[in-house]
Design a protein around this ligand. Structure first.
Ligand code: FMN
Length: 460
Protein backbone atom coordinates (compact mmCIF):
# COMPACT_ATOMS: atom_id res chain seq x y z
CA UNK A 1 0.00 0.00 0.00
CA UNK A 2 1.28 3.49 -0.82
CA UNK A 3 2.28 5.67 2.12
CA UNK A 4 2.43 9.45 2.42
CA UNK A 5 5.24 11.26 4.13
CA UNK A 6 4.18 14.67 5.47
CA UNK A 7 7.73 15.92 4.95
CA UNK A 8 7.38 15.45 1.19
CA UNK A 9 4.24 17.59 0.84
CA UNK A 10 4.38 21.09 -0.70
CA UNK A 11 5.23 23.78 1.84
CA UNK A 12 1.91 25.58 1.41
CA UNK A 13 -0.03 22.31 1.94
CA UNK A 14 2.13 21.45 4.94
CA UNK A 15 1.42 24.86 6.45
CA UNK A 16 -2.34 24.50 5.95
CA UNK A 17 -2.22 21.02 7.40
CA UNK A 18 -0.29 22.32 10.41
CA UNK A 19 -2.88 25.07 11.09
CA UNK A 20 -5.79 22.66 10.62
CA UNK A 21 -4.20 20.02 12.84
CA UNK A 22 -3.50 22.62 15.55
CA UNK A 23 -7.09 23.83 15.35
CA UNK A 24 -8.35 20.30 15.94
CA UNK A 25 -5.71 19.45 18.54
CA UNK A 26 -4.35 16.57 16.45
CA UNK A 27 -0.98 15.61 15.03
CA UNK A 28 -0.44 16.40 11.36
CA UNK A 29 -0.40 12.67 10.50
CA UNK A 30 -3.69 12.15 12.31
CA UNK A 31 -5.24 15.15 10.53
CA UNK A 32 -4.08 13.86 7.13
CA UNK A 33 -5.59 10.44 7.91
CA UNK A 34 -8.94 12.03 8.79
CA UNK A 35 -8.98 14.17 5.63
CA UNK A 36 -8.26 11.11 3.49
CA UNK A 37 -10.86 9.10 5.36
CA UNK A 38 -13.52 11.76 4.66
CA UNK A 39 -12.52 11.91 1.02
CA UNK A 40 -12.83 8.17 0.56
CA UNK A 41 -16.11 7.99 2.44
CA UNK A 42 -17.78 10.82 0.56
CA UNK A 43 -16.15 10.52 -2.86
CA UNK A 44 -18.64 9.67 -5.58
CA UNK A 45 -18.23 6.26 -7.12
CA UNK A 46 -17.86 6.35 -10.92
CA UNK A 47 -21.57 5.71 -11.41
CA UNK A 48 -22.82 7.91 -8.61
CA UNK A 49 -24.68 11.14 -9.17
CA UNK A 50 -22.81 14.45 -9.10
CA UNK A 51 -23.77 15.14 -5.47
CA UNK A 52 -23.43 11.82 -3.69
CA UNK A 53 -25.86 11.16 -0.89
CA UNK A 54 -23.92 11.19 2.32
CA UNK A 55 -25.74 8.15 3.67
CA UNK A 56 -25.52 8.04 7.40
CA UNK A 57 -24.37 11.66 7.72
CA UNK A 58 -27.42 12.25 9.94
CA UNK A 59 -27.64 8.75 11.33
CA UNK A 60 -30.12 8.57 14.22
CA UNK A 61 -30.21 12.35 14.52
CA UNK A 62 -33.69 13.44 15.63
CA UNK A 63 -35.13 16.35 13.71
CA UNK A 64 -38.38 18.00 14.68
CA UNK A 65 -39.63 19.54 11.45
CA UNK A 66 -42.17 22.33 11.89
CA UNK A 67 -43.96 22.99 8.62
CA UNK A 68 -45.53 26.45 8.30
CA UNK A 69 -48.42 27.49 6.08
CA UNK A 70 -46.67 28.73 2.97
CA UNK A 71 -46.74 27.64 -0.61
CA UNK A 72 -43.19 26.26 -0.20
CA UNK A 73 -44.53 23.61 2.19
CA UNK A 74 -44.56 21.21 -0.77
CA UNK A 75 -40.74 21.27 -0.74
CA UNK A 76 -40.87 19.61 2.68
CA UNK A 77 -41.91 16.33 1.08
CA UNK A 78 -38.55 16.23 -0.68
CA UNK A 79 -36.77 17.55 2.42
CA UNK A 80 -38.12 14.71 4.56
CA UNK A 81 -37.05 12.13 1.95
CA UNK A 82 -33.52 13.60 1.77
CA UNK A 83 -33.19 13.68 5.54
CA UNK A 84 -34.35 10.09 5.93
CA UNK A 85 -32.03 8.76 3.26
CA UNK A 86 -29.22 10.24 5.35
CA UNK A 87 -30.39 8.34 8.40
CA UNK A 88 -32.27 11.10 10.25
CA UNK A 89 -35.46 10.50 12.21
CA UNK A 90 -37.95 13.16 11.24
CA UNK A 91 -40.90 14.02 13.44
CA UNK A 92 -43.27 16.47 11.72
CA UNK A 93 -45.39 19.21 13.28
CA UNK A 94 -47.83 20.99 10.96
CA UNK A 95 -49.43 24.34 11.65
CA UNK A 96 -53.15 24.63 10.90
CA UNK A 97 -52.28 26.72 7.85
CA UNK A 98 -49.74 24.13 6.66
CA UNK A 99 -52.54 21.57 6.41
CA UNK A 100 -54.00 23.74 3.63
CA UNK A 101 -50.86 23.19 1.57
CA UNK A 102 -49.74 19.61 2.32
CA UNK A 103 -51.65 16.71 3.82
CA UNK A 104 -50.65 15.12 7.12
CA UNK A 105 -51.10 11.80 5.32
CA UNK A 106 -48.35 12.49 2.77
CA UNK A 107 -46.03 14.01 5.37
CA UNK A 108 -46.59 11.16 7.82
CA UNK A 109 -46.04 8.53 5.13
CA UNK A 110 -42.70 10.03 4.11
CA UNK A 111 -41.56 10.64 7.68
CA UNK A 112 -42.78 7.23 8.85
CA UNK A 113 -43.84 8.92 12.08
CA UNK A 114 -46.94 10.40 13.61
CA UNK A 115 -47.74 13.92 12.47
CA UNK A 116 -48.48 16.39 15.26
CA UNK A 117 -50.88 19.26 14.65
CA UNK A 118 -52.80 20.04 17.84
CA UNK A 119 -51.74 21.80 21.00
CA UNK A 120 -54.89 20.83 22.85
CA UNK A 121 -54.95 17.14 22.02
CA UNK A 122 -55.69 14.95 25.01
CA UNK A 123 -54.15 11.96 23.33
CA UNK A 124 -50.94 13.68 22.15
CA UNK A 125 -50.39 15.61 25.38
CA UNK A 126 -50.63 12.40 27.32
CA UNK A 127 -48.52 10.47 24.87
CA UNK A 128 -45.79 12.94 23.97
CA UNK A 129 -46.78 16.49 24.91
CA UNK A 130 -45.44 19.70 23.49
CA UNK A 131 -42.66 19.94 26.06
CA UNK A 132 -41.32 16.50 25.24
CA UNK A 133 -41.72 17.15 21.52
CA UNK A 134 -39.51 20.19 21.87
CA UNK A 135 -36.87 18.41 23.93
CA UNK A 136 -36.69 15.03 22.23
CA UNK A 137 -34.96 16.43 19.19
CA UNK A 138 -31.38 17.18 18.32
CA UNK A 139 -32.48 20.09 16.18
CA UNK A 140 -35.71 21.92 15.41
CA UNK A 141 -36.14 22.94 11.79
CA UNK A 142 -38.87 25.35 10.69
CA UNK A 143 -39.54 25.10 6.96
CA UNK A 144 -41.16 27.03 5.51
CA UNK A 145 -40.82 29.65 8.22
CA UNK A 146 -43.72 31.96 7.43
CA UNK A 147 -43.75 35.66 8.24
CA UNK A 148 -46.36 34.76 10.84
CA UNK A 149 -44.25 32.07 12.52
CA UNK A 150 -41.21 34.35 12.56
CA UNK A 151 -43.29 37.10 14.17
CA UNK A 152 -44.53 34.67 16.81
CA UNK A 153 -41.03 33.43 17.53
CA UNK A 154 -39.62 36.95 17.77
CA UNK A 155 -42.36 37.98 20.19
CA UNK A 156 -42.61 34.86 22.30
CA UNK A 157 -46.13 33.84 21.31
CA UNK A 158 -47.15 30.27 22.05
CA UNK A 159 -50.77 29.91 21.03
CA UNK A 160 -50.55 26.81 18.85
CA UNK A 161 -48.49 23.62 18.86
CA UNK A 162 -45.70 24.92 16.59
CA UNK A 163 -45.12 28.16 18.49
CA UNK A 164 -45.50 26.48 21.91
CA UNK A 165 -42.85 23.90 20.94
CA UNK A 166 -40.54 26.68 19.77
CA UNK A 167 -40.99 28.54 23.05
CA UNK A 168 -40.46 25.45 25.18
CA UNK A 169 -37.33 24.20 23.52
CA UNK A 170 -33.76 24.29 24.74
CA UNK A 171 -32.46 22.96 21.42
CA UNK A 172 -30.99 24.81 18.50
CA UNK A 173 -33.47 26.09 15.93
CA UNK A 174 -32.87 26.43 12.19
CA UNK A 175 -35.40 28.34 10.11
CA UNK A 176 -35.87 28.39 6.34
CA UNK A 177 -37.92 31.55 5.69
CA UNK A 178 -40.23 31.62 2.68
CA UNK A 179 -42.51 34.44 1.75
CA UNK A 180 -43.38 37.07 -0.80
CA UNK A 181 -40.50 39.58 -1.31
CA UNK A 182 -42.67 42.42 0.01
CA UNK A 183 -43.36 40.45 3.18
CA UNK A 184 -39.64 39.64 3.56
CA UNK A 185 -38.76 43.30 3.14
CA UNK A 186 -41.53 44.63 5.37
CA UNK A 187 -40.20 46.66 8.32
CA UNK A 188 -41.96 44.29 10.74
CA UNK A 189 -40.27 41.23 9.22
CA UNK A 190 -36.94 43.08 9.20
CA UNK A 191 -37.34 43.77 12.91
CA UNK A 192 -38.28 40.15 13.58
CA UNK A 193 -35.31 38.88 11.56
CA UNK A 194 -32.95 41.02 13.61
CA UNK A 195 -34.52 39.83 16.87
CA UNK A 196 -34.32 36.18 15.85
CA UNK A 197 -30.69 36.56 14.77
CA UNK A 198 -29.92 38.12 18.16
CA UNK A 199 -31.70 35.26 19.90
CA UNK A 200 -29.31 32.84 18.20
CA UNK A 201 -31.78 31.36 15.71
CA UNK A 202 -29.98 29.89 12.69
CA UNK A 203 -31.13 30.82 9.19
CA UNK A 204 -30.86 29.05 5.87
CA UNK A 205 -31.88 31.20 2.91
CA UNK A 206 -34.08 32.65 1.67
CA UNK A 207 -32.86 32.77 -1.90
CA UNK A 208 -33.77 35.18 -4.63
CA UNK A 209 -35.90 34.22 -7.60
CA UNK A 210 -39.39 33.83 -8.92
CA UNK A 211 -42.19 33.21 -6.44
CA UNK A 212 -44.21 30.06 -7.07
CA UNK A 213 -47.64 31.65 -6.63
CA UNK A 214 -47.47 35.21 -7.86
CA UNK A 215 -44.99 35.49 -10.71
CA UNK A 216 -43.24 38.16 -8.65
CA UNK A 217 -39.55 37.81 -8.02
CA UNK A 218 -37.11 38.93 -5.35
CA UNK A 219 -35.78 37.70 -2.02
CA UNK A 220 -38.06 35.27 -0.20
CA UNK A 221 -37.79 31.92 -1.98
CA UNK A 222 -37.31 29.08 0.47
CA UNK A 223 -33.88 27.41 0.30
CA UNK A 224 -33.91 24.19 -1.72
CA UNK A 225 -34.17 20.89 0.16
CA UNK A 226 -30.49 20.05 -0.31
CA UNK A 227 -29.40 23.46 0.96
CA UNK A 228 -31.48 22.89 4.08
CA UNK A 229 -29.97 19.42 4.46
CA UNK A 230 -26.46 20.89 4.24
CA UNK A 231 -27.31 23.49 6.88
CA UNK A 232 -28.66 20.72 9.12
CA UNK A 233 -25.57 18.57 8.54
CA UNK A 234 -23.37 21.53 9.43
CA UNK A 235 -25.27 22.18 12.65
CA UNK A 236 -25.27 18.51 13.63
CA UNK A 237 -21.74 17.77 12.48
CA UNK A 238 -20.09 15.50 15.04
CA UNK A 239 -16.55 16.34 14.03
CA UNK A 240 -14.49 18.30 16.54
CA UNK A 241 -15.57 21.90 16.92
CA UNK A 242 -12.57 23.84 18.13
CA UNK A 243 -14.66 27.02 18.27
CA UNK A 244 -17.61 25.51 20.16
CA UNK A 245 -18.71 27.90 22.88
CA UNK A 246 -16.94 30.84 21.24
CA UNK A 247 -18.85 33.86 19.96
CA UNK A 248 -17.47 35.80 17.05
CA UNK A 249 -18.82 39.12 15.82
CA UNK A 250 -18.24 39.84 12.16
CA UNK A 251 -18.96 42.43 9.50
CA UNK A 252 -19.09 41.88 5.74
CA UNK A 253 -20.02 43.67 2.53
CA UNK A 254 -20.09 47.38 1.71
CA UNK A 255 -21.99 50.17 3.37
CA UNK A 256 -24.39 52.52 1.61
CA UNK A 257 -24.21 56.14 2.69
CA UNK A 258 -27.35 58.03 1.69
CA UNK A 259 -27.23 61.28 -0.26
CA UNK A 260 -30.99 61.61 -0.55
CA UNK A 261 -33.86 59.06 -0.41
CA UNK A 262 -32.85 57.52 -3.74
CA UNK A 263 -29.10 58.02 -4.06
CA UNK A 264 -26.20 56.72 -2.01
CA UNK A 265 -22.43 56.34 -1.97
CA UNK A 266 -21.28 52.72 -2.11
CA UNK A 267 -18.22 50.63 -2.94
CA UNK A 268 -17.55 47.44 -4.90
CA UNK A 269 -17.38 45.01 -1.97
CA UNK A 270 -19.50 41.91 -2.72
CA UNK A 271 -19.44 40.38 0.76
CA UNK A 272 -18.12 37.09 -0.69
CA UNK A 273 -15.00 36.96 1.46
CA UNK A 274 -16.67 38.02 4.70
CA UNK A 275 -19.62 35.68 4.23
CA UNK A 276 -17.26 32.76 3.44
CA UNK A 277 -15.32 33.44 6.65
CA UNK A 278 -18.53 33.59 8.67
CA UNK A 279 -19.59 30.20 7.27
CA UNK A 280 -16.14 28.67 7.90
CA UNK A 281 -16.14 29.88 11.53
CA UNK A 282 -19.64 28.47 12.03
CA UNK A 283 -18.48 25.11 10.64
CA UNK A 284 -15.82 25.06 13.36
CA UNK A 285 -18.55 25.49 15.94
CA UNK A 286 -18.46 29.23 16.60
CA UNK A 287 -21.62 31.20 17.24
CA UNK A 288 -21.21 33.81 14.55
CA UNK A 289 -23.06 37.11 14.67
CA UNK A 290 -22.67 38.70 11.26
CA UNK A 291 -23.56 42.29 10.49
CA UNK A 292 -23.86 42.53 6.73
CA UNK A 293 -24.03 45.58 4.52
CA UNK A 294 -26.21 45.41 1.38
CA UNK A 295 -25.05 42.41 -0.68
CA UNK A 296 -26.56 40.29 -3.44
CA UNK A 297 -25.46 36.93 -2.03
CA UNK A 298 -27.40 34.66 0.36
CA UNK A 299 -26.76 34.69 4.09
CA UNK A 300 -24.10 32.18 5.12
CA UNK A 301 -25.39 28.93 6.56
CA UNK A 302 -25.78 28.58 10.31
CA UNK A 303 -24.93 32.20 10.93
CA UNK A 304 -27.14 34.84 12.55
CA UNK A 305 -27.20 37.81 10.21
CA UNK A 306 -28.31 41.37 10.82
CA UNK A 307 -28.67 43.41 7.64
CA UNK A 308 -27.78 47.08 7.73
CA UNK A 309 -27.10 49.81 5.21
CA UNK A 310 -24.92 52.57 6.61
CA UNK A 311 -21.70 52.61 8.65
CA UNK A 312 -23.55 54.03 11.64
CA UNK A 313 -26.11 51.23 11.56
CA UNK A 314 -23.27 48.72 11.23
CA UNK A 315 -21.46 50.19 14.25
CA UNK A 316 -24.63 50.09 16.36
CA UNK A 317 -25.33 46.46 15.43
CA UNK A 318 -21.73 45.41 16.14
CA UNK A 319 -21.81 47.10 19.55
CA UNK A 320 -24.95 45.15 20.43
CA UNK A 321 -23.04 41.91 19.81
CA UNK A 322 -20.27 42.66 22.32
CA UNK A 323 -18.84 41.07 24.38
CA UNK A 324 -17.47 38.38 22.07
CA UNK A 325 -14.40 36.16 21.97
CA UNK A 326 -13.24 37.52 18.64
CA UNK A 327 -14.13 40.20 16.13
CA UNK A 328 -13.46 39.78 12.43
CA UNK A 329 -14.18 43.02 10.62
CA UNK A 330 -14.24 42.34 6.89
CA UNK A 331 -16.76 44.95 5.71
CA UNK A 332 -15.59 47.73 3.42
CA UNK A 333 -17.01 50.50 5.58
CA UNK A 334 -17.26 53.90 3.92
CA UNK A 335 -14.79 56.32 5.50
CA UNK A 336 -17.12 59.25 4.90
CA UNK A 337 -20.78 60.03 4.55
CA UNK A 338 -22.56 63.14 3.38
CA UNK A 339 -22.88 65.84 6.01
CA UNK A 340 -26.49 66.65 5.19
CA UNK A 341 -28.63 63.82 3.89
CA UNK A 342 -31.42 65.46 1.89
CA UNK A 343 -34.91 64.56 3.04
CA UNK A 344 -36.27 64.77 -0.52
CA UNK A 345 -34.73 63.74 -3.83
CA UNK A 346 -32.32 66.48 -4.93
CA UNK A 347 -33.78 67.92 -8.13
CA UNK A 348 -31.84 69.07 -11.16
CA UNK A 349 -32.84 72.64 -11.89
CA UNK A 350 -32.06 74.32 -15.23
CA UNK A 351 -29.22 76.81 -14.95
CA UNK A 352 -28.12 75.69 -11.47
CA UNK A 353 -24.64 74.32 -10.90
CA UNK A 354 -24.23 70.70 -9.77
CA UNK A 355 -24.63 70.32 -6.00
CA UNK A 356 -21.40 69.83 -4.04
CA UNK A 357 -21.37 67.00 -1.53
CA UNK A 358 -20.02 67.94 1.85
CA UNK A 359 -18.55 64.89 3.59
CA UNK A 360 -18.01 64.04 7.25
CA UNK A 361 -16.10 61.16 8.76
CA UNK A 362 -17.90 57.93 9.57
CA UNK A 363 -17.35 56.02 12.82
CA UNK A 364 -14.29 53.78 12.65
CA UNK A 365 -15.83 50.44 13.63
CA UNK A 366 -12.56 48.48 13.78
CA UNK A 367 -10.81 51.10 15.93
CA UNK A 368 -13.92 51.31 18.11
CA UNK A 369 -13.69 47.58 18.84
CA UNK A 370 -9.89 47.54 19.12
CA UNK A 371 -9.96 50.20 21.82
CA UNK A 372 -13.25 49.22 23.44
CA UNK A 373 -13.63 48.30 27.11
CA UNK A 374 -15.36 45.20 25.77
CA UNK A 375 -12.50 44.43 23.37
CA UNK A 376 -12.64 40.78 22.26
CA UNK A 377 -9.53 38.69 22.90
CA UNK A 378 -8.75 38.58 19.19
CA UNK A 379 -9.46 41.48 16.85
CA UNK A 380 -8.93 40.92 13.13
CA UNK A 381 -9.31 43.71 10.60
CA UNK A 382 -9.12 43.76 6.84
CA UNK A 383 -7.19 46.32 4.83
CA UNK A 384 -8.18 46.72 1.22
CA UNK A 385 -5.51 48.87 -0.37
CA UNK A 386 -4.45 49.87 -3.86
CA UNK A 387 -0.96 51.06 -2.93
CA UNK A 388 1.74 50.54 -0.30
CA UNK A 389 -0.17 47.54 1.01
CA UNK A 390 2.12 46.38 3.80
CA UNK A 391 2.94 49.78 5.26
CA UNK A 392 -0.70 50.76 5.28
CA UNK A 393 -1.60 47.46 6.94
CA UNK A 394 1.07 47.93 9.65
CA UNK A 395 -0.16 51.46 10.38
CA UNK A 396 -3.72 50.15 10.57
CA UNK A 397 -2.67 47.40 12.99
CA UNK A 398 -1.39 49.96 15.49
CA UNK A 399 -3.90 52.72 14.97
CA UNK A 400 -6.91 50.44 15.22
CA UNK A 401 -5.72 48.31 18.10
CA UNK A 402 -6.06 45.12 16.01
CA UNK A 403 -4.14 41.87 16.51
CA UNK A 404 -4.03 40.92 12.84
CA UNK A 405 -4.69 42.81 9.67
CA UNK A 406 -5.57 40.75 6.63
CA UNK A 407 -4.26 42.86 3.81
CA UNK A 408 -5.29 42.54 0.21
CA UNK A 409 -4.52 44.50 -2.91
CA UNK A 410 -7.83 45.57 -4.41
CA UNK A 411 -6.40 47.42 -7.42
CA UNK A 412 -8.76 46.98 -10.34
CA UNK A 413 -6.43 44.61 -12.23
CA UNK A 414 -6.31 42.09 -9.33
CA UNK A 415 -10.04 41.35 -9.75
CA UNK A 416 -10.24 40.70 -5.99
CA UNK A 417 -13.07 43.14 -5.20
CA UNK A 418 -16.20 41.29 -6.28
CA UNK A 419 -14.20 38.31 -7.63
CA UNK A 420 -13.97 34.73 -6.34
CA UNK A 421 -10.26 34.60 -5.52
CA UNK A 422 -8.06 36.45 -3.10
CA UNK A 423 -4.37 36.83 -2.31
CA UNK A 424 -3.86 38.02 1.25
CA UNK A 425 -1.11 38.74 3.70
CA UNK A 426 -1.60 38.39 7.41
CA UNK A 427 0.14 41.23 9.19
CA UNK A 428 0.68 40.65 12.91
CA UNK A 429 2.90 42.25 15.53
CA UNK A 430 5.50 39.58 14.90
CA UNK A 431 5.64 39.60 11.12
CA UNK A 432 3.91 39.10 7.80
CA UNK A 433 2.60 35.83 6.38
CA UNK A 434 2.01 35.75 2.66
CA UNK A 435 -0.67 33.34 1.49
CA UNK A 436 -0.82 32.16 -2.11
CA UNK A 437 -3.64 33.21 -4.41
CA UNK A 438 -6.59 30.96 -3.64
CA UNK A 439 -10.39 30.89 -3.68
CA UNK A 440 -12.16 33.05 -1.14
CA UNK A 441 -13.55 29.85 0.41
CA UNK A 442 -10.00 28.54 0.90
CA UNK A 443 -8.88 31.83 2.44
CA UNK A 444 -11.90 31.55 4.74
CA UNK A 445 -11.10 27.96 5.81
CA UNK A 446 -7.51 28.82 6.49
CA UNK A 447 -8.28 32.00 8.40
CA UNK A 448 -10.95 30.22 10.46
CA UNK A 449 -8.43 27.50 11.41
CA UNK A 450 -5.87 30.17 12.35
CA UNK A 451 -8.47 31.95 14.49
CA UNK A 452 -9.39 28.64 16.17
CA UNK A 453 -5.73 27.95 16.92
CA UNK A 454 -5.26 31.47 18.31
CA UNK A 455 -8.31 31.27 20.56
CA UNK A 456 -7.03 28.02 22.01
CA UNK A 457 -3.87 29.69 23.22
CA UNK A 458 -3.80 32.13 26.10
CA UNK A 459 -2.08 34.92 24.19
CA UNK A 460 -2.98 35.88 20.66
C1 FMN B 1 -51.96 30.69 -1.27
C2 FMN B 1 -51.27 31.22 -0.06
C3 FMN B 1 -49.91 31.20 -0.01
C4 FMN B 1 -49.23 31.69 1.11
N1 FMN B 1 -47.87 31.67 1.14
C5 FMN B 1 -47.22 32.19 2.18
C6 FMN B 1 -45.80 32.17 2.22
O1 FMN B 1 -45.13 31.68 1.31
N2 FMN B 1 -45.17 32.71 3.29
C7 FMN B 1 -45.87 33.27 4.32
O2 FMN B 1 -45.24 33.77 5.25
N3 FMN B 1 -47.21 33.27 4.32
C8 FMN B 1 -47.90 32.76 3.29
N4 FMN B 1 -49.27 32.77 3.29
C9 FMN B 1 -49.97 33.31 4.45
C10 FMN B 1 -49.98 32.31 5.59
O3 FMN B 1 -50.60 31.11 5.18
C11 FMN B 1 -50.70 32.89 6.80
O4 FMN B 1 -49.97 34.00 7.30
C12 FMN B 1 -50.90 31.87 7.91
O5 FMN B 1 -51.55 32.48 8.99
C13 FMN B 1 -49.57 31.31 8.39
O6 FMN B 1 -49.81 30.41 9.46
P1 FMN B 1 -48.64 29.65 10.19
O7 FMN B 1 -47.53 30.61 10.37
O8 FMN B 1 -49.25 29.21 11.48
O9 FMN B 1 -48.27 28.48 9.35
C14 FMN B 1 -49.95 32.25 2.19
C15 FMN B 1 -51.34 32.23 2.14
C16 FMN B 1 -51.99 31.74 1.04
C17 FMN B 1 -53.49 31.76 1.01
Amino acid sequence: MASITIRNLDDSIKERLRVRAAAHGRSMEEEARIILGDLVEYAPTPVAAKTPIQRGSLSERRILLIIGGGIAAYKCLDLIRRLRERGARVRPVLTKAAEEFVTPLAIGALAADKVFTELFSREDEHDVGHIRLSREADLIVVAPATADLMAKMANGLANDLASAVLMATDKRVLIAPAMNPKMWDHPATRRNRATLAKDGIHFVGPGTGEMAESGESGAGRMAEALEIVTAIETLLDRRPKPLAGKTIVMTSGPTHEPIDPVRYIANRSSGKQGHAIAAALARLGATVRLVSGPVAIPDPESVSVVHVESAREMRDAVEQFLPADAAVMVAAVADWRTANEAGEKIKKKPGETAPALQMVENPDILAGIGHSKLRPRLVVGFAAETQDLLNNARVKLDKKGADWIVANDVSHETGIMGGDRNAVRIVTRTGVEEWPNMSKDEVAERLAARIAAALQTVEV
